[in-house]
Design a binder for this molecule. Structure first.
Ligand SMILES: Cc1cc2nc3c(=O)[nH]c(=O)nc-3n(C[C@H](O)[C@H](O)[C@H](O)COP(=O)(O)O)c2cc1C
Length: 322
């Protein structure tokens, strides 16, 4: 399947693994790239530019295929060393960067000069158009279904993708709710040229997370995610658990007066405890509604091959026979 996305990134299949905090380590990115997709290391998880440089080296030792680095621009009091991360990416010879969160414009000249392709992840058509206008090469359009931060507009992919197709000139991938060959063909039908998956890639053999995390995704249905931090306009879709329900109760009780400090116990610094130690009830972690479509833990190669063969069957047998 050749699309503008496979051509742009030099990959075999139009499938991208989105950046994921404490999941997007070298093992994850290399497994996806080796299977013909685009694997992505999550920059901020590494903490410092030096550690990111080492992680890029580690990934390069595991794959000779292209892989990317995610840079998430978060609103924060003490911002991470973004210029340092950008330099580590350039020095590491990485050819693709997935940006997310705030506008990446400040860092585009340096990335472009180094010949790096930039795909910006966004949850609204107006943000996608802005990304196109500032010179991003592609966008990842993240619908309301997605695990992580769906934004505040709540537009699901059945509307968002065709809207993006109507407006954008640069290629885009569908993100949020993508799990299988059906997702890929549907995304293509709506104008996307590939798909980005988060949650689905966590439930794979190679994902470098505790088995409890994979099992939680397999056990979850499409009814088991919740939206937290909406009153802070930092909405995140997470898997429910007692800590998440406690957090939601605080949001209800404190209303508009809620501050980040009120919910810090449930969200701050919980990722390593969940992803590495498997302490599933310690706090909130991102998970998409797509968990309802996930009921196994295959290798990444099996998953990607299965998606491509399902897509082929749908296109050449089911649809062409109608
Ligand atoms: C556990 C987890 C952590 C994530 N962390 C990040 C992150 O640090 N930066 C980012 O841009 N997106 C992050 N995401 C979003 C994913 O890259 C992707 O856009 C999203 O998962 C797509 O929706 P899906 O889960 O339905 O496939 C995360 C998602 C999950 C599930």
């Amino acid at each position: 399947m050749k699309t503008r996305i496979t051509e742009l990134f030099g990959i075999e299949h139009p499938i991208i693994q989105g950046g994921m905090h404490f999941v997007g380590l070298a093992e994850m990115a290399a497994a996806v790239s080796n299977a013909g997709g685009l694997g992505i290391i999550t920059g901020l998880t590494q903490g410092t530019p030096e550690k990111l440089a080492a992680e890029i080296e580690r990934c390069r030792a595991m794959t000779d295929k292209p892989f990317g680095v995610n840079l998430t621009f978060l609103p924060s009091v003490n911002p991470p060393d973004y210029p340092g991360f950008v330099q580590a990416i350039i020095d590491g010879g990485v050819k693709v960067v997935e940006t997310a969160g705030n506008n990446p414009q400040k860092y585009l000249p340096a990335l472009k000069e180094a010949g790096i392709k930039v795909i910006h992840k966004c949850t609204a058509v107006r943000h996608a158009l802005k990304a196109e206008a500032i010179g991003c090469d592609a966008v990842s359009v993240d619908g309301f279904e997605c695990g992580g931060h769906p934004g505040e507009d709540d537009i699901p992919n059945f509307i968002l993708l065709p809207r993006a197709a109507d407006e954008l000139k640069i290629p885009f991938v569908a993100s949020g709710g993508m799990a299988d060959g059906r997702s890929l063909v549907a995304a293509m039908a709506m104008g996307a040229e590939g798909m980005n998956m988060g949650t689905r890639f966590i439930a794979t053999a190679e994902a470098p997370v505790h088995e409890n995390v994979k099992q939680a995704i397999v056990d979850a249905s499409e009814l088991d995610t919740r939206l937290v931090m909406r009153p802070l306009r930092n909405t995140e879709r997470v898997l429910t658990n007692p800590a998440v329900e406690r957090l939601l109760q605080k949001e209800k009780e404190l209303g508009a007066d809620i501050k980040f400090a009120d919910i810090a116990e449930e969200v701050a610094g919980v990722y390593p405890k969940i992803m590495q130690n498997g302490e599933m009830e310690i706090g909130a972690w991102s998970c998409g509604m797509v968990a309802g479509l996930i009921d196994d833990v295959p290798t990444v190669q099996v998953l990607i091959d299965r998606i491509m063969s399902e897509a082929d069957t749908i296109i050449h047998k089911r649809l062409s026979g109608m």
